[in-house]
Design a binder for this molecule. Structure first.
Ligand code: GLC
Ligand code: CA
Length: 652
């Protein structure tokens, strides 16, 4: 069949697409290439044309040029995209970890929720109550020990580090709890006790009978029933040595005599501990709270520790406070051991989305630099943070100045770039409502949740529970509702400790939706803290401190909204004049007061009123930052800036 069209058409083709100056540019280029365009212009496509004709046709300037332009445009866009991606990655501050975003909530398992009616809380009970964490916007849960134990120290005396005590349930219960927690986006932090075991632990029996493999698993020294190796005393009082008739020697216990200290200088013991770390990490736990770490090593020379009062008769030296613990705490080598433990955790952290966390427990009192050692070094990782216990001292001397002093103890001693944390209660210390007084519960929680770093909340503090007066105990059953046993045990009428009589008014159910309640405020502040970048990422600056008031602000460069906190820890109401703080607007509106009737109130900055025990969160808008002209009053863990227009955070 003859083609319908001739190969060469004389019909002039349409002009090539152009832009200003295109023609000149194009013709010049073709001239340089020695190409005569007029030839191509005579070609017309037709069905079944050979390759040569098609090539000839598509080589016309009007097709070739857009093609080249498109090609180079694609190349440039790809390169630009790569460059932007690299720049964004390089400029973005690292994402915060789960242990930084959520508060850590301490569950004392005996007292949280009893599922089987024996009067003692258990693992199934915790599983029943996971909703509580959801409603509090809390993701990190530390559970005090539930290992198999004779319970001489309520589980801190471990008989088997790989088993669950029947009082708390079974290993299956634990696995179900962990799975359910993970399903709900919750992280489980185990209590880990490397310093000692129970005297009922298999190792101790083998050690006292001098089994060659276990002989040096504990700290043994020659002595007799009356003459102890030295003057060392236990944290719980009296000599830290107990004579063991089976072995005919004394063993060391820095806590109860039923809690013999493990010999951490023995590599076989460290290996055992590491194996246990692997055991729980393989089960999927998300981190460890390392118990009593400063006691892990003792001096081998066993010399007497110096007395605080040298004139005290030695037989009256019986408490922790009578001696300087130069030979029983914070010994050289301690951090190497913890860093070795940490290194063992790291491979598990590399699983996607499975960062494993470590916090250490060490009360170093006025020797804050000792605590800071647990942060590790820029090159060697240790704990993510050591617990900061200083705020536990707040009630002793409540005032704005004292609050600032305690906060600053941490902030001014913390190594650069590290992440702070704050503890206001735990199972070893009085509850806030009992030590500071009920009227300060709100303001202390407000402090906890608006400072930089991770807050730690002991169960019940979110509803303002009090110690049970008869035993001055802070471990009484959690108050869930106004039912029998406050909803802690709804099967029988037994509870291992009495329920606090105030449970009808102080409980989760009553407080949950009642504006102005401790729990409602806790929730509000915790959500604010997690939603607003200045709290998680911003600067923390002192503004004012006096007998009543501790005031500070949180701000982020480039972020319009900033927050001013005015907290009254004193005994009197106060009018605070911040007119000299020129970075603050003249009028300040209260976003939240611990006295909810003051929410929304507007103050002149020259006269901010607070009652004793009242705390205010004030939100204000400005791009003027406070920190540049007050650098000595301000801290930030990692500098970041915000681009308000596009809503991104970048390193600056
Ligand atoms: C920690 C625990 C405490 C326990 C001690 C010994 O300080 O918090 O309750 O008695 O270690 O394990
Ligand atoms: Ca020890």
């Amino acid at each position: 069949v003859a083609p319908e069209r001739t190969v060469l058409s004389l019909t002039p083709t349409a002009a090539p697409p152009s832009f200003p100056g295109f023609d000149e540019l194009y013709k010049e280029r073709q001239r340089l290439r020695g190409i005569d365009d007029s030839v191509y212009a005579q070609v017309e496509p037709y069905a079944g044309m050979p390759k040569e004709v098609l090539l000839l046709y598509s080589s016309q300037a009007r097709y070739r040029v857009p093609r080249e332009v498109l090609f180079w445009l694609t190349v440039c866009c790809t390169l630009a995209l790569v460059a932007v991606t690299v720049a964004i990655i390089a400029l973005s501050p690292p994402c915060l970890g789960w242990w930084q975003i959520s508060p850590v909530y301490q569950v004392y398992p005996r007292s949280f929720k009893d599922s089987n009616g024996d009067g003692v809380g258990d693992l199934r009970g915790i599983k029943e109550k996971l909703d509580h964490f959801h409603s509090l916007n809390i993701k990190s849960i530390w559970i005090s020990p539930f290992y198999r134990s004779p319970m001489k120290d309520f589980g801190y005396d471990v008989e088997d580090f790989r088993d669950v005590d029947p009082l708390f349930g079974t290993m299956e219960d634990f696995e179900e709890l962990l799975a359910e927690m993970h399903k709900n986006g919750l992280k489980l932090i185990m209590d880990f006790i490397p310093n000692h075991s129970s005297d009922r632990h298999r190792w101790f029996n083998l050690s006292r009978t001098r089994d060659p493999l276990y002989e040096d698993y504990y700290v043994w020294a020659d002595c007799n029933a009356t003459k102890k190796p030295n003057n060392w005393v236990s944290i719980f009082g009296n000599s830290s040595w107990t004579y063991d008739e089976v072995r005919g020697q004394c063993y060391l216990h820095q806590f109860l005599k039923e809690q013999p200290d493990l010999n951490m200088r023995n590599p076989a013991v460290r290996k055992e501990i590491i194996d246990i770390i692997h055991f729980w990490l393989s089960k999927g736990v998300d981190g460890f709270r390392m118990d009593a770490v400063k006691h892990m090593l003792e001096a081998t020379h066993l010399r007497d520790e110096p007395q605080v009062d040298p004139n005290k008769p030695p037989e009256e030296v019986t408490t922790e406070w009578d001696l300087f613990h130069d030979y029983t705490t914070s010994q050289v080598g301690l951090h190497d051991i913890l860093r070795e433990f940490r290194a063992e955790m790291e491979p598990y952290s590399r699983e996607p989305g499975k960062y494993r966390f470590m916090v250490t427990e060490s009360y170093d009192y006025e020797e804050v630099e000792k605590t800071m050692m647990y942060y590790g070094t820029p090159l060697v990782k240790e704990s993510d943070f050591p617990f900061n216990f200083y705020l536990l001292d707040l009630p002793q001397n409540a005032s704005g100045l004292w609050a600032k002093h305690l906060v600053d103890l941490w902030m001014s001693n913390m190594p650069r770039g590290k992440w702070p944390n704050w503890v206001v209660g735990n199972h070893d210390r009085s509850r806030i409502a009992s030590s500071a007084g009920k009227m300060y519960v709100g303001v202390i929680n407000m402090l906890l949740l608006t400072l930089p770093g991770t807050p730690t909340t002991y169960y019940g503090e979110e509803i303002g529970m009090e110690n049970i007066n008869i035993t001055a105990d802070q471990r009484s059953p959690m108050q869930w509702n106004s039912d029998m046993n406050a909803g802690f045990n709804n099967l029988t009428n037994i509870t291992w400790l009495p329920v606090h009589p105030d449970y009808k008014s102080v409980n989760v159910e009553v407080q949950k939706d009642s504006e102005g309640s401790t729990m409602f405020q806790y929730n509000f502040l915790n959500s604010l803290r997690q939603a607003e970048l200045p709290f998680l990422r911003g600067w923390f600056c002192y503004v004012q401190a006096d007998a009543n008031i501790f005031s500070y602000l949180r701000e982020l460069d480039g972020h319009k909204e900033a927050y001013l906190m005015v907290l009254n820890f004193g005994k009197q109401s106060a009018t605070t004049d911040l007119s000299s703080v020129r970075e603050l607007p003249d009028q300040l509106k209260v976003l939240m007061s611990t006295n909810s009737t003051n929410n929304g109130k507007v103050f002149q900055k020259s006269g901010i009123q607070t009652a004793a025990g009242e705390g205010l969160v004030i939100r204000y808008s400005t791009y003027t930052r406070f920190h540049p002209s007050h650098s000595t009053e301000c801290y930030v863990s990692e500098k970041a800036c915000y681009l308000d227009t596009v809503g991104i955070l970048y390193k600056c």
